[in-house]
Ligand binder design. Structure first.
Ligand code: PLP
Length: 389
């Protein structure tokens, strides 16, 4: 019997971002003073909207006064924030949810990592390949068997339905890393599959505000019948600049066919004591008209970055996916190069730092991810350099 969880010990070292940093650092050491254009980042770079900062400051001041001080928050979040989520994130989509369906959290990373605690230890789960690694590692830590659903260019990086029975599937749309959003028809096929197979869909919508294709749903609940079989995760990070503040939400509808709302509340109440009051006020402000309009200006800025990169990469004759419904572009390596070789060439010849696709799974081999979440100056400079052969 080992002392430490053997599943935790047997996880592969996640060396992707450490290795990127090591190679970038080595280049900088050899080429002092040369500025690197960092298009590998998955973090936002623009500051919070002014209305959000105001709300955050006002709530911090409230915490310092006896009559407005707040202690522990309600487990599912303050009603003011839940109302704002229902009104701004769901009502405009024609999606009606109840306040009990929403669980305010410290972000979609925690939620997508924790949600597997609802499943039995022997449940098989399916994930896309390439994939946001949190879904994989959280299930491996729990000792589960994972089925990988290859996503390839031929199908526009949409996963095929699993060929063997699974109890759960993680879908991320718009997707990190491929930048591609599932269409309404594709998502409807997944919902029909889940209903027929009695499987749950964990739907990560962390990049929903980037969607512009009219055919790509922003919520899985836009699909009839989804409330019975799908849970959804939202995030304030990439839409409203909250990567450092931390706020998100999970939707566990009352209509869920396995009655998951009650056990999820039980689990949340045991392991989580809520999101800080000032952060929940800031999140509310990001959803009220003024803060929402200001925050979405930032999303438009990143989307314009993506448009510049997309145009430059296509003009250079490269095959590019994503970039219209997400801040990521998934680019096929030219001349049959592997991901790390092209990564090195981009670093050495153009001083552009990207993310090698194979870091997101075996099917990411031969691709590189460009992020549009950086500053315009770097993006414009990178776009210009990509054009120079
Ligand atoms: N889900 C996906 C697909 C992501 O790419 C990320 C962040 O990069 C997250 C979730 C994390 O979101 P949060 O900052 O809300 O934890």
């Amino acid at each position: 019997m080992s002392f430490i969880n053997p599943h935790l010990i047997s996880l592969n070292e996640n060396y992707l971002f450490a290795e990127i940093a090591r190679r970038a650092e080595a280049f900088s050491q050899e080429n002092p003073g040369v500025r690197l254009l960092r298009l590998g980042i998955g973090d936002v770079t623009l500051p919070l909207a002014p209305a959000v900062v105001d709300a955050l400051s006002r709530a911090a001041v409230e915490m310092g006064s006896a009559d407005t001080f707040r202690g522990y928050a309600p487990y599912q979040g303050y009603p003011f924030l839940i109302d704002a989520i229902l009104k701004t994130e769901y009502a405009p989509l024609g999606v009606t949810l109840h306040s009990d369906d929403i669980f305010v959290s410290d972000g979609a990373k925690s939620d997508t990592a924790n949600i597997q605690e609802l499943l039995s230890p022997d449940a098989k789960v399916a994930v896309c390949d390439p994939v946001y690694p949190v879904y994989v590692d959280s299930n491996l830590m729990a000792g589960r068997t994972i089925v990988h659903l290859p996503c390839r260019a031929e199908t526009g990086f949409a996963p095929a339905l699993p060929e063997i029975p699974v109890k759960a599937v993680y879908l991320c749309s718009p997707n990190n890393p491929t930048g591609v959003a599932l269409t309404r028809a594709q998502l409807a096929e997944w919902v029909a599959w889940a209903r027929a197979e009695n499987a749950v869909i964990f739907y990560d919508a962390a990049y929903r505000t980037y969607v512009e294709s009219p055919d790509a749903p922003r919520s899985i609940y836009e699909i009839d019948g989804a409330k019975e079989v799908a849970l959804e995760f939202g995030s304030f990070s990439k839409s409203y600049g909250f990567t450092g503040l931390r706020c998100g939400w999970a939707v566990v509808p009352a209509e869920n066919r396995w009655g998951l709302q009650k056990p999820w509340l039980r689990r949340v109440a045991t392991k989580f004591n809520g999101v800080a009051y000032p952060v929940q006020r800031a999140a509310e402000a990001a959803l009220l008209p003024e803060g929402h309009a200001q925050s979405l200006q930032n999303v438009r800025y990143y989307k314009e970055n993506a448009r510049l990169l997309l145009a430059a990469l296509r003009d250079a004759g490269l095959t590019v996916f994503g970039g219209t419904d997400a801040p990521y572009l998934w680019v096929k390596c030219p001349d049959g190069l592997d991901s790390w070789t092209w990564f090195d060439r981009l670093l050495r010849e153009k001083q552009i730092v990207t993310t090698p696709g194979e870091g997101f799974g075996a099917c990411g081999a031969g691709y590189v991810r460009f992020s549009s979440l950086g500053g315009r100056e770097d993006v414009a400079e990178a776009a210009a350099r990509i054009g120079v052969q």
